[in-house]
Design a protein around this ligand. Structure first.
Ligand code: WT7
Length: 662
């Protein structure tokens, strides 16, 4: 083990090296040493009110709070932060920086096609664009509290639109532009959104996708939508629905240039973001204004150890929470330069990420293990032909990073000189919870590390007993609220309560299993509920089963995850079709194609099963419960050790399933 690059690096101090001397960037509440970390952590636990009041101090508040923390974190699952305060988050992302950073780059946009021109927006320019966009929304009738759904390519207008919503107090709900029309409709209807923002089309590698057409299809089932604002990106002709659809470039001609930000309450919802849980229907995670702001900023600056001249690149799509907190809000709150990339890691070749790093002198790079693993599979030349000299810090997010991928990243991308921060968090936590602080707290391969100040992780037994001491494994839960905690699930608080706060009263339940090593560093093992993580995207097995069951040939299905070399987890579906169907191989191939088509239509390509096995029955207990444990074992290839199958109604189906394993 000591011969590994990380071990060598930690021997010569590279992993615990002190960062360069403080620069001007938002230096407040910045942790700059291990002692700082321990001191901040201690204070955050012993006197959280004083700790967070101090962290929140330098933001622009129209009015200060009456109370730092409130609500009953558990078991009601309600939590308030900075109650009574008035603010607008965009004044903190934009206006606040104009005096000192007006000419500093806020956004660098790199297009899908490397031959196309990139764009740069200074803080002043971004501010101007957001004001104009806000006025366009106003003119369309968008008011404070309205829900606005965005289904967009990764272009600067997406960032501008999100900020414009926040500026006028509308609640944005970004839907990843890989979801299907049905998935859009579900989300628009759940949020009862009256407004949708989209574009004519998008580029994704060699493909173009007609996003407006997908939105049109979705909106046939969305009676609440009054206006659709369309941004011209590809220059494609699109059908404009009379009285409903308007072009942004037409509307902006009439729009004023300045826009006073709406005054928001600390606890007003800032956004809704849908994510999958263990039940069939995705839920709308609601985040607040003030608490989310403080958490996104604090975690961003400390985890990545951001300095004034950094060029920071998070490769996540704004359609996911990582894009919200660490492509947009975190960096802009900190006054940093954030890079936004329209394309994919493998287009035009597997060197694209590294070409972009060199081109824009990226200093901090944050991506997902699945991207690293897909690039590892390509010839090493794709990375070795770039200098990557500018890089200083590397980050990982979304799923456990295996040691092989960690070392590859550390060695070939970071050249053994950049600390790797493996950041564990969730859509519901708003920001990073457990992670190394780059170069300050310990970084260990495949381990997220120590909790951030304000975060109190515990390991629980299945019965809810806290497991004390190190070198232990259990269910990961969080004690005490932090500013970025989920406030509710949109339109259904009971669901949030049931999901996160009721399972173990007194704690927020994460749904993950974790191990605390001999030094107290956390390693996330994976989900312990019926959620699977495919390429860093979360799906409920029930959600995929519901989609499969829409297929007219299907009687019943059961979905499990299995280890996948690139995706982390793959989707394995066991499907019962109507009697007689699927008896020949040709028929089975046809059924499989048809089932895939259904899942793509119901959820999107990202949820396509990797393996479908047509079966005549599923292993069920006498009470009718599917024994997923057995299905998981078979999918994993562990057919020798299936455990107790005597409680099964029909043990023979297990033999058939093993024989037909994909
Ligand atoms: C789930 C949350 C965090 C934003 C992107 C995904 C898994 C996330 C890590 C990590 C191991 C991780 C967990 C978590 N996860 N980060 N660094 N190491 N697992 O957000 O879609 O809400 O998914 O992703 O299982 O519960 P999400």
């Amino acid at each position: 083990m000591l011969t590994t690059p990380a071990a060598r690096a930690s021997e010569n101090g590279a992993l615990t090296a002190k960062p360069s001397p403080p620069a001007a960037v938002a230096s407040h509440a910045r942790i700059r040493s291990l002692e700082d970390y321990h001191e901040a952590y201690r204070k955050s636990v012993e006197d959280p009110d004083a700790f967070w009041a101090e962290v929140a101090e330098p933001f622009t508040w129209r009015r200060k709070w009456n109370k730092v923390r409130g609500g009953a974190f558990s078991p009601e699952g309600s939590s308030t932060w900075f109650e009574g305060a008035k603010l607008n988050i965009t004044e903190n992302c934009l206006d606040r920086h104009l005096a000192a950073r007006g000419n500093k780059l806020a956004i660098i946009w790199e297009p899908n096609d490397p031959k196309e021109r990139h764009l740069r927006l200074t803080y002043r320019e971004l501010y101007n664009e957001v004001c104009k966009f806000s006025n366009v929304l106003h003119n369309l009738g968008v008011e404070k509290g309205d829900r606005v759904c965005l289904y967009m390519p990764m272009i600067p207008q997406l960032a501008i639109a999100v900020l414009a919503c926040a500026r006028i107090g509308a609640i944005h709900s970004v839907i990843f532009a890989g979801f299907s029309a049905t998935a859009i409709a579900d989300r628009v209807n759940d949020a009862e959104a009256a407004f949708v923002i989209t574009a004519d089309g998008l580029n994704r590698g060699a493909k173009q996708i007609p996003v407006k057409r997908v939105v049109d299809e979705a909106l046939e089932h969305c009676p609440s939508v009054r206006k659709v604002l369309v941004i011209e990106h590809l220059g494609w002709p699109v059908h404009m629905h009379e009285g409903r659809d308007v072009w942004y470039h037409e509307e902006v001609k009439e729009a004023g240039k300045t826009c006073t930000a709406e005054e928001m309450d600390a606890e007003d919802p800032l956004f809704i973001l849908y994510t999958s849980g263990s039940t069939g229907k995705p839920k709308g995670v609601v985040h607040s204004t003030a608490g989310y702001m403080v958490w996104a900023d604090y975690t961003f600056r400390n985890v990545f150890q951001v300095e004034e001249n950094d060029v920071y690149w998070c490769t996540a799509d704004v359609g996911w929470v990582t894009g919200h907190s660490y492509l947009l809000y975190g960096p802009l709150l900190a006054g940093a330069t954030t890079l936004m990339f329209e394309g994919v890691p493998t287009y035009p070749d597997a060197g694209r990420f590294w070409q972009v790093c060199d081109k824009h002198s990226v200093t901090i790079f944050y991506t997902a293990p699945t991207a690293i693993r897909s690039l590892m599979a390509a010839p090493l030349d794709n990375v070795l032909s770039y200098s990557l000299d500018s890089l200083r810090v590397l980050g990982s997010v979304g799923e456990p990073i295996n040691e092989e991928a960690w070392y590859w990243y550390y060695q070939h991308v970071g050249k053994e000189r950049c600390p790797v921060v493996d950041t564990w968090w969730q859509t519901e936590t708003g920001g990073i919870m457990v992670s190394a602080l780059a170069g300050i707290t310990p970084s260990k391969p495949a381990h997220a590390g120590l909790p951030l100040p304000g975060v109190q992780p515990v390991l629980l037994t299945q019965e809810g007993q806290e497991i004390e001491g190190n070198d232990q494994e259990g269910y990961l839960a969080l004690k005490a609220a932090w500013p970025g905690v989920i406030r509710t699930t949109y339109g259904d608080h009971e669901r949030a309560r049931q999901m996160y706060f009721a399972p173990y009263p007194g704690y927020y339940f994460t749904g993950d299993g974790a191990r605390r090593d001999e030094n107290g560093l956390y390693r996330i093992i994976g989900r312990v509920d019926d959620v699977i993580n495919v390429s860093g995207h979360r799906f409920g097995t029930a959600e995929i089963e519901n989609a499969i069951n829409q297929n007219p040939h299907v009687v019943e299905s059961a979905v499990v995850g299995y280890p996948h070399d690139v995706k982390g987890q793959g989707i394995y579906a066991y499907v019962i079709c109507h009697q007689g169907e699927g008896s020949t191989e040709a028929e089975r191939n046809h059924l499989e194609a048809s089932i895939i088509e259904t899942v793509v239509a119901e959820i999107g390509k990202i949820a396509k099963p990797d393996k479908i096995q047509i079966v005549s029955g599923l292993p069920k207990t006498r009470s009718g419960k599917i024994m997923r444990r057995i299905l998981r074992k078979v999918a994993e290839g562990e057919t020798g050790n299936l455990g107790d199958t005597t409680t099964l109604l029909d043990p023979q189906v297990v033999d058939e399933i093993i024989a037909g394993r994909k």
